[in-house]
Design a protein around this ligand. Structure first.
Ligand code: PLP
Length: 399
């Protein structure tokens, strides 16, 4: 017999989804109304304004795509790339590979700029690619590489693209809400994100924003966009500024209640305060991991506070530790991916999950499991080290 599904109450400290705020979950359960109901149209306008705040943009074409981050990615590529185009794609982890796949499926050529997994996109290499390929129309790269925990320099990369007359496509799935992202000030042209990373929201929606230059390119297309569902010219009829909304698809009404609540929480906290919270909790976590004797996988200057890659100590069984965390502590952390599989754990501190309690809980659980497995760690040091960092931060804040 099947019956209702009641999931356990996990603590989600992996690469996403991350813990969803109870405020967001309760918004989700409010009564469904029609997607063309005037009250829902008002809500859509509010969501757009809140997204413009989160993205730090005045872009008119800013909206949530009704599907996960991968659909936001695809929306950017299918609308901006036409057959025969050249696109420079940066790869320093998993997600650059997906960008390449998108470019090729649009009938265009992807010129790859590769960097080691665990390092940021090399600006000089991108400059050299533009010199070799002056015909390149777009530059695509990932801001926060969730597979490795590395941040790349969006401002420098967008400026480089602009100086070669190219537009930029930026993956901000894991960066939005977690670290600084200034869409207008940095001149990013097409940016997509996700709701289940640093926005404290459920998975399944992808905020996107397009600059006026990107919109012009879309309007001047000769080829129809290959995807009917993701064609921005059609979606603009539903999400566009005019009072008259045309039916395109049924918006995920309750999901958008959730997104609205999550964005409202971000606005109430303030973008900068949210980013500082991510950084403070990251500092506590790193202090704890290092006191335990573990080493971080990424150099401090490129580390993402919301996604912490830590090297698995010699002789420790990767999967056994993660399974024990899940089974005994209801705690999820991520495995390494691709080149880093079996070598790293990825500990997320994203959105609502980025809090002191989660840091202390994760450190305590990891300490207990590693000590029991006989790993060579300094047991008992991690939690006090993190506590000390938090106390110092609190002292500095009240001074
Ligand atoms: C999670 C993620 C995606 C994909 O988002 P989905 O919601 O899983 O489709 C894309 N890019 C990056 C950097 C991500 O972390």
């Amino acid at each position: 017999m099947t019956s209702s599904f009641y999931p356990p109450l996990r603590t989600l400290m992996g690469p996403g989804p991350s813990d969803v705020s109870p405020r967001v979950l309760s918004a989700l359960a409010r009564p469904t109304i029609g997607h063309l109901d005037p009250l829902f149209v008002d809500l859509m306008d509010q969501i757009k304004t809140l997204l413009q705040y989160a993205f730090q943009t005045d872009n008119e074409l800013t909206l949530p795509v009704s599907a996960p981050g991968s659909a936001g990615m695809e929306a950017c590529f299918v609308n901006l790339v036409t057959p025969g185009d050249t696109v420079i794609v940066c790869q320093n982890g998993v997600f650059g590979g997906r960008m390449k796949e998108n470019v090729e499926r649009c009938g265009a050529t992807a010129v790859m700029v590769e960097d080691n997994w665990g390092e940021p996109v090399g600006i000089d290499k991108v400059a050299a690619a533009f010199d070799r390929h002056p015909e390149a129309k777009l530059l695509a790269f990932v801001h926060a590489e969730t597979s490795t925990g590395v941040r790349s320099d969006v401002a420098a990369l967008c400026a480089l693209a602009a100086s070669h007359g190219a537009l930029s496509i930026v993956d901000a799935v894991t960066s939005l809400g977690g670290i600084e992202l200034l869409v207008d000030a940095w001149g990013a042209d097409a940016v997509y994100s996700g709701t289940q990373k640093c926005l404290s929201c459920i998975p399944g929606i992808s905020p996107v924003t397009f600059s006026p230059r990107a919109v012009e390119l879309i309007r001047n297309r000769k080829h129809k966009v290959q995807s009917w569902f993701l064609d921005m010219q059609l979606i603009m009829g539903y999400w566009g500024g005019s009072a008259k909304r045309a039916y395109h698809h049924t918006a995920p009404v309750n999901d958008l209640y959730a997104l609205h609540e999550a964005l409202l929480m971000l606005q109430e906290e303030g973008l900068e305060a949210a980013q500082q919270r991510h950084r403070r909790n990251h500092e506590g976590l790193v202090a704890g991991l290092e006191a335990m004797g573990l080493a971080m996988a990424v150099a401090p200057e490129y580390r993402l506070p919301q996604l912490n890659s830590v090297l698995i100590p010699e002789g420790v069984d990767d999967a056994a530790v993660r399974n024990a965390l899940l089974r005994e502590y209801d705690l999820e952390i991520g495995a390494g991916l691709g080149a880093l599989a079996g070598k790293t754990w990825r500990i997320g501190l994203m959105g609502f999950a980025s809090n002191e309690r989660n840091v202390l809980y994760c450190l305590g659980a990891l300490d207990a499991i590693l000590a029991r497995a006989g790993a060579a760690i300094n047991s008992g040091k991690a939690v006090p080290a993190a506590r000390e960092v938090f106390d110092r931060q609190a002292g500095a804040a009240s001074a």
